[in-house]
Design a protein around this ligand. Structure first.
Ligand SMILES: [Fe+2]
Length: 181
């Protein structure tokens, strides 16, 4: 991993803070930026693979939000005095590959939708864990503006996760249950 230079942002509060946590925060934002960019490419495929209109709408809605999340990270990196760049994160690529496997392999539409909901939940929980850590680090560093940006996205990721949970509990899974009787 490349060594980062602390560029500083003129915030006097940071003078006595360890620079390594700030550097870790920059790396975390770059990793989240990579994750969001990968999801921007994957979500249209997930939407296309979904049959249930509510699931299709949920993926398209989340695509719009994901583009916003990426912009917020760009803003966050600029606030930290860092260049906007991506840190390649393997985990999200594995999660997306699993989603693609579902689209190509599961032929039954209801079963495919139920599996896509579960795959999307992997992505949401993964993002939530990342944003939660980044938000805590921004808080420790007293970087309130960065923390607020991360909190906003975290809230939306949690709302999406709840929406997916609702879809899993309702029609989609009951369709699978009925069609497998
Ligand atoms: Fe996101």
């Amino acid at each position: 991993m490349a060594t980062k230079i602390n560029n500083g942002n003129g915030n006097g509060k940071l003078n006595n803070r360890p620079t390594d946590l700030r550097e870790l925060l920059i790396l975390k934002l770059e990793s989240l930026y990579d994750i969001e960019q990968e999801l921007i490419k994957a979500l249209p495929k997930m939407a296309k693979g979904a049959t249930h209109p509510e699931l299709n709408a949920a993926f398209n809605e989340h695509l719009k939000q994901t583009k916003e999340h990426a912009k917020r990270l760009e803003h966050g990196l600029k606030l930290l005095g860092a260049k906007v760049s991506k840190l390649k994160t393997e985990g999200i690529r594995g999660i997306i590959k699993d989603g693609e496997w579902i689209i190509h392999t599961i032929k039954d539409e209801d079963a495919r939708d139920a599996s896509l909901v579960a795959a999307a939940q992997y992505a949401e929980h993964y993002e939530i864990a990342g944003y939660d850590a980044a938000k805590k680090w921004a808080d420790i560093l007293g970087l309130n503006e960065v923390k607020d940006l991360l909190s906003e996205t975290l809230k939306e990721e949690e709302e999406t996760s709840k929406k997916l949970e609702g879809l899993a509990k309702s029609e989609i899974n009951s369709h699978v249950a009925i069609s497998s009787i």
